[in-house]
Design a binder for this molecule. Sequence first.
Ligand code: AHR
Length: 496
Amino acid sequence: QQTDSRIIVNADQGEHTISRQIYGHFAEHLGRCVYGGFYVGEDNTDIPNTNGIRNDVIKALKELKVPNLRWPGGCFADTYHWKDGIGPKADRPTIVNVWWGGVTEDNSFGTHDFLNMCEMLDAEPYLAANVGSGEVQELIDWVQYVNHGGVSPMSDLRKENGREEPWGVKYWGVGNEAWGCGGNMTPEYYADVYKKYATFMSTWRNEEGIFRIASGASSGDYKWTEVLMQKLPPSLVEGLALHHYSVIDWNNKGPATGFSEEQYFTTMQRALHMEELVTRHSTIMDKYDPDQRIALVVDEWGGWYNVEPGTNPGFLYQQNTMRDAMIAGTTLNIFHNHADRVRMANLAQTINVLQAVLLTDEEKMILTPTYHVMKMYNVHQDAQLLPLTLQNVDYELNGQKLPAISASASKDADGNVHVSLVNIDAKNARTVSLTVRGTEKGSVSGTILQSANLSDHNTFDNPDKIAPKTFRGFQKNGDQLTVTLPPFSVVVLAVE
Ligand code: AHR
């Protein structure tokens, strides 16, 4: 049978592991992500919670297998003073969230709340430290407070505040977007600032030490990566960040629902640009770090649209449609295929902000199409990346072209192979001839996420409009499969 596209997966040639940490999320003090999203307060009797954290959110995120969570920002991080968020809640000073809506927060969600919540989620915390308006001593104290098991001023204070054992936080961001909201620095200046902070971040954790992540480039700012790789001594850095959002135009981002096919096409151009970004940033890193010791950490990514009409423009609340499922499916495939260098990523942001996996409205909570894609894909976490060849077909609009099919494959600890496939074409179903060679496994099953319209989304009145279903659109002939992918669909196949 003539097919549009051809994929050959080599199940006996894997070299790299897909770090589960690329399935990380991001929780900033922004709009209703932390307050109202994760945290509703210990005294809330309307929304079931444990120590103020929503039970429905914990359940949904545990099922998603969230491996790590970045907090408290974002731009907010460089204004945040962690000591204002510990001790008796009634005594805590307020903070004005200058970046996001100018709202006054009461600091009731602080270090203990976040780190205890990560324990409930079974997720590794990733703390983003204040470099922009903070002090080196403030960060040293924070590391000591959360990580030091012995006697010290900060560990004693932690114990006074009710936590005997240290949490042992591994991941630390040294500032955020230092080129912008983190201080408008040049890369040369930031490199010096970074070195000062990183030098004093003692390894109060365990023999493995802490993992310091330098504030990285915005999208295609390759000079930023070049200067940092040149100037940062390998002994002081474990990860280098990269931020990239799929934005049509920063001055008019377009609506989150009810968008045109042209707008969809542009969003996908921006999303697929991630392939070039991680390739080129990795190439620069390879020059200075040929052993790939330093991880590329894409700690902010996702779709960014105009806020929902009638909502606070500073709160970045947007709906989540099949377009977002396309962004998630293709971007995760890109990260998988660059597993050698991309070893952590954080989708922006978990709840009620940008490309969220969960939306809440008082006591109600819904799962977005992005949630479903991340859950379908979590079979790839810590699996061995399998190399594949892909003969693609174009998705064309107004004379412009994008590759229609995105794919990645992995083999889990039991030898089962998973192949994730996305067809971004807005109008055409695409057939794929898929050969999985180099495995004895042969029983095939699949799951699909699809809907009738690109703009379709889940709502509080219709929460399950978009949900994964069993996929039957394939025929098997020996080790060859003919797979039919409907327009704008995501499929995960298991070969077991
Ligand atoms: O995720 C929203 C904002 O986008 C973050 O605060 C900032 O780091 C980025 O510019």
